[in-house]
Design a protein around this ligand. Structure first.
Ligand code: C2E
Ligand code: CA
Ligand code: CA
Length: 361
């Protein structure tokens, strides 16, 4: 009610206001009366009303300019909403203007979600492996990375679909599938006498909410009769830190069961030192981007060296990923890193190629 009052009283000129549902409101304003600053100011007033509460209010406004008055009102509303979808989650943004790319993006997202179940059923998803090695190039294990063999669009990389599947939550189905594939592979390797290699799998944030992770993962290793220490679990620090208590409770149990917990993309979030304090993981995975992204190579190198020393003091192993050159490898070995993953050794490759390369000698 407060919301309606503010919007009504302060609404611009000749405008019509309505509440669509829940916390969604629509305001139709004549173009000549539309004033971005005025809108922003009103949103600020609205938000300030909630300032003392536990929950902070954030308002997003999507603006769609009506050019064809015969367009269905529902479509107009949908388009304003699409503009919001683009900035949602970014708390630095408030107003977003619809443009044609919003429609394209939404269509793309819709088609990915619509095609997903059938694609999974049809076996269009497959597991690629990228080796993890020691400084001399001896194999230690691999990371499982998913690829989508799309019948029309060709080989799709995770960046073009993982985020979308995460948004809707159905990522858990794909993750579950890859975990099964990895476990199946480990079982096969064991039977063939390759008993020392692990496969690291990715766990996404939503998996914690959509699955009973403990049950699903322990069930997988039991069913395939493999050791949990061979199926490593990669979780990003951002995910863990989003709810340390909940995530750590589950991860602790998995760790006690025998799984190795790896902190993925360490150093790319905003809370790395806190992470180290709160999370008892077995391995820290540092991305070489840490060095690439900055002009301050020297400082980054010092920090990297310090992180490795610190991880060791906390009884954690360290792996660096994204290693592309011999120079990087030498530097990293020099400061105590003992495991590596990156294009310098190999890109992620199909499983049969991986086996040809590392198991036939
Ligand atoms: P990630 O877990 O950080 O995986 C490492 C990514 O870095 C992979 O990208 C890999 O191909 C790439 N990479 C490896 N070595 C190098 C290098 O030397 N240089 C450069 N520039 N890149 C390198 P990919 O396979 O495209 O996967 C991207 C992301 O998608 C992954 O990042 C991961 O977050 C996600 N992902 C992949 N497979 C799965 C999956 O099965 N489940 C979930 N939830 N996420 C997945
Ligand atoms: Ca990973
Ligand atoms: Ca990573």
């Amino acid at each position: 009610t407060v919301t309606v009052w503010i919007l009504k009283e302060k609404g611009a000129g000749n405008s019509v206001l309505g509440r669509i549902a829940g916390d969604r409101f629509v305001q139709i304003v004549l173009k000549k009366d539309f004033d971005e600053k005025y809108l922003l100011d009103n949103i600020k007033i609205l938000c300030s009303l909630m300032e003392d509460r536990i929950y902070k209010l954030h308002v997003y406004a999507g603006v769609y300019e009506i050019k064809d008055v015969n367009e269905p009102v529902q479509t107009m509303y949908d388009k304003a909403n699409m503009a919001i979808e683009r900035i949602k989650g970014d708390y630095n943004q408030v107003i977003s203007y619809y443009d044609e790319s919003d429609m394209k993006r939404l269509m793309h997202e819709k088609s990915i979600v619509a095609e997903f179940d059938k694609a999974l059923e049809n076996g269009e998803f497959c597991m690629y492996l990228q080796p993890q090695l020691d400084s001399r190039g001896a194999l230690l294990g691999a990371e499982a990375l998913v690829r989508w063999n799309h019948p029309k669009r060709g080989l799709l990389y995770p960046d073009s679909f993982i985020g979308i599947l995460e948004k809707t939550g159905i990522i858990y189905k794909l993750d579950n599938f890859i975990w099964e594939k990895a476990a199946e592979k480990i079982k096969e390797w064991n039977a063939a006498g390759y008993e020392d290699y692990h496969i690291s799998v990715n766990i996404s944030a939503k998996d914690f909410y959509y699955l009973d992770l403990y049950k699903v993962l322990t069930d997988i290793v039991r069913r395939y009769g493999i050791a949990p220490k061979h199926l490593n679990l990669e979780i990003t620090e951002t995910v863990i830190m989003s709810d340390v208590k909940m995530h750590m409770e589950i991860l602790d149990r998995l760790q006690k069961f025998g799984f190795q917990i790896e902190i993925d993309d360490f150093g790319s979030g905003y809370s790395s030192l806190n992470t180290l304090k709160d999370i008892k993981a077995d391995l820290l995975k540092i991305d070489m981007l840490f060095l690439r992204e900055t002009d301050n190579q020297e400082r980054s190198r010092k920090i990297l060296k310090f992180i490795i020393t610190m991880a060791k003091a906390l009884n954690m192993d360290v792996i660096t990923e994204g290693v592309e050159t011999e120079k990087q490898l030498d530097f990293l070995s020099g400061i105590g890193c003992e495991m590596f993953q990156g294009f310098y050794f190999s890109k992620p490759i199909p499983v049969d190629k991986f086996e040809d390369k590392y198991f036939q000698s």
